[in-house]
Design a protein around this ligand. Structure first.
Ligand SMILES: [Fe+2]
Length: 170
């Protein structure tokens, strides 16, 4: 038997561990990003992510819990992390954009669930944290979405293809 509050704590804990993994992922992306604008977006989002983790930790503490760094949460971003950390071959710009976009959407999904579980547990503060964090992930996903053309171009250049121009551009 388990209570909704116990499940809520588990969700907050997983979100916290997820953000810790995302921080490592962002570090690697900042390191490998050659586009100044994207580098700046990533740095800003790293700062936001640190604040997100602090907010989650505060909610864990409100439930007399502390981060356990659960294995499942490592698994959530694990596959994506692997892609980012394995930068032996080129195409960093494209892979960073792809994996970054996927990660932001995974985070958005986690916060959509967390917000609802928090409401069911009557924990408005955690619901609010989930909402605030989600809005930041959505903004970051949007920034990545605006850079697809540039990411594709940089990717091709990294792979040694020169002088390509898109047939159409958006
Ligand atoms: Fe995040």
């Amino acid at each position: 038997m388990t209570t909704v509050t116990e499940q809520l704590v588990k969700h907050i804990d997983e979100a916290y561990a997820m953000e810790q993994n995302v921080l490592r992922m962002l570090d690697r992306m900042i390191e490998t990003s050659e586009d100044p604008a994207m580098k700046q977006h990533l740095q800003q989002h790293k700062h936001e992510t640190e604040q997100q983790a602090v907010r989650l930790k505060t909610r864990l503490e409100a439930h007399d819990a502390s981060p356990s760094m659960v294995k499942e949460a490592t698994g959530i971003v694990g596959a994506l992390m692997k892609g980012v950390l394995d930068m032996a071959r080129g195409e960093k710009a494209g892979r960073n954009a792809r994996d970054g976009f996927a990660t932001e959407h995974m985070e958005i999904a986690s916060y959509e669930l967390l917000e609802r579980v928090a409401r069911r547990a009557g924990d408005e503060e955690t619901a609010q944290v989930a909402r605030v964090n989600r809005l930041e992930e959505e903004a970051m996903a949007e920034k990545i979405a605006q850079s697809w053309d540039k990411a594709a171009e940089l990717s091709l250049r990294e792979a040694g293809v020169e002088g390509t121009a898109p047939a159409t551009s958006s």
